[in-house]
Design a protein around this ligand. Sequence first.
Ligand code: SF4
Length: 108
Amino acid sequence: MFGFADIAIVKYTHPVEETQTVMTYVIAEPCINTKDTACVDACPVDCIHPKKDDPKYATETLLYIDPVECIDCGACVPVCPVSAIFALDDLPEKWNEFTAKNAAYFGR
Ligand code: SF4
C-alpha cells in the first residue's frame, strides 16, 4: 500500500538541441505571382511578409515566412489556395532553394 510520502513528482523536460533547425515552414514556388494573403491573416505571430500594404508587396514575386518568428503552428498551410506552404521536412526537394529565399528576405 502506498502512502502520501511514497508519491514522487517527476518533471520531464525536453532540452532544445543547439543544432536544432530554426526554419520551420517555407513558402515555395506555387506562390510566385499568386501572393494570396490568406496565410498572412491566418498567422498568429505575424511572420509572413510582405503584406499588401507594404510597398515591397508590389515588387516581390512571392511571400516569405520569417524562420525565426515562425512558431511552427501550421495554420497557414490549409488556407493557401495554391498549396505553396510546407513544413521544412515536407518541402519537395525541387524547391529546396526556397528555404534560403524565405530566410534571406528577413536577413536571416
Ligand atoms: Fe505563421 Fe504558423 Fe505558418 Fe509559421 S506555421 S508562418 S507561425 S501560420
